[in-house]
Design a binder for this molecule. Sequence first.
Ligand SMILES: Cc1cc2nc3c(=O)[nH]c(=O)nc-3n(C[C@H](O)[C@H](O)[C@H](O)COP(=O)(O)OP(=O)(O)OC[C@H]3O[C@@H](n4cnc5c(N)ncnc54)[C@H](O)[C@@H]3O)c2cc1C
Length: 418
Amino acid sequence: MTSTDMLDRDKNFRSVDVLIVGSGLIGSSLVCALSSAMGAKNLSVLVVEAGPARDISKAELDSERDARSTALSFGSSQILERLGLWKGLSRFAAPIHEIFVSDQGRFGATRLTSAEYKLDALGYVVENKNLLSALYEGMQSHKKLNIVNNTRVIKVVPNSDGMEVQLKEAQQDTQKIQARLVVLAEGGQSKIATELGIKRRRVDYNQHAIIANITTEKAHCGIAYERFSESGPIALLPLAPLGEEYRASLVWTVTSAAAAAMVNWTEPLLLEKLQQNIGQRLGQIKTFGKRDVYPLSLSVVEEQIRPSLVLLGNAAHTIHPVAGQGMNLSLRDIEALVFCIDRGLKKDLRINDFSILQEYVMRRDDDQNQVINFTHRLVELFSSSSLAKVLPRKLGLLTLDLFPALRRELVMRASGSR
Ligand SMILES: Cc1cc2nc3c(=O)[nH]c(=O)nc-3n(C[C@H](O)[C@H](O)[C@H](O)COP(=O)(O)OP(=O)(O)OC[C@H]3O[C@@H](n4cnc5c(N)ncnc54)[C@H](O)[C@@H]3O)c2cc1C
């Protein structure tokens, strides 16, 4: 692997098999999956990333880029194991043994436990800085990989052999690269897709997520709390302790107007309001770490593939984090895409043979629709205080306790076993 801030013009670097736009969680995972499945096939891969290079010896720095944590389903941990990454990651992962769902100020709560379903864990929580570090380390094993940082893809133009890709690095001339297959993993804004005229179904939830790591008086004991409050859902995910400190990752969903006010709140005020909302389950909340704010929307492209082009991750489907499914869904997408590519290459197809991408989309259709619709319904149901919605919500929590089949459905979704 070579990593650089610019393409070496002297090398006359002109064409690659796969060009990946973006080295976020999804672009990086794809490289690891490609090299794990097809290292021997020696596909040349170029990753173009607008942001600066990552230094894996300084994972701490990545929390400046992304202070979030990700709840990985049990199924995702198995995918990462197949990619050879889980062994290194598991020491940073906090297992979720129980999910406690409750509704502030209303009767109705339910517990889902791993023991009840004979699972090792319902999932694991890993800080994104550790996840990104592990993925970046995994990328190093790819022999024919180049990464260019501080460089943007500004345009892709289809041609007879794939795509001509235009790159722009600050203060430099535009460079052109020929790629057989272009993967857009450029996140939810996905300007390239928009330029290509790819349409999206968009729902603006008028909500923002405030995220931070908090420290608490009591240990979380492997319990993830999902609390539906008047202001919106609050998730507290267990984190591995740091020294003597008990920690949890907070995702606090509020209206966009409330978020605008809350970014200016002092730490004592945030602590007080959070404590009011979640009660004393974890004892006193001691500190509220660096906070970041994310706008929340549903955004799903109408075309995930075109000849020589595939969209992955948030670029393909950005969903609300209420059920912690975005990365989990994309890991399953990646595994399927690499499976289809591998199968196509074994049949002597070219990597950009459209039948490969068509098979990928066909395989993923059901799972994607189910996760997108499930998450959207959950947001609609739990984001309202109107009686018409509170009633089914209350009934929903009660029904979950009463009907084992429904509970099982929720657990299977949380654990990624379905
Ligand atoms: C608050 C919150 C909590 C979440 N919690 C969970 C969870 O618990 N479990 C879960 O499964 N999912 C979760 N998710 C979803 C998960 O974070 C996303 O699915 C994931 O981050 C998507 O990654 P991505 O690589 O597609 O996009 P991004 O992370 O946005 O990466 C895109 C990359 O592309 C680069 N880029 C953009 N444009 C260009 C360009 N033109 N040229 C070159 N580079 C470019 C950017 O610099 C960036 O590095 C959560 C999301 C949020 C907002």
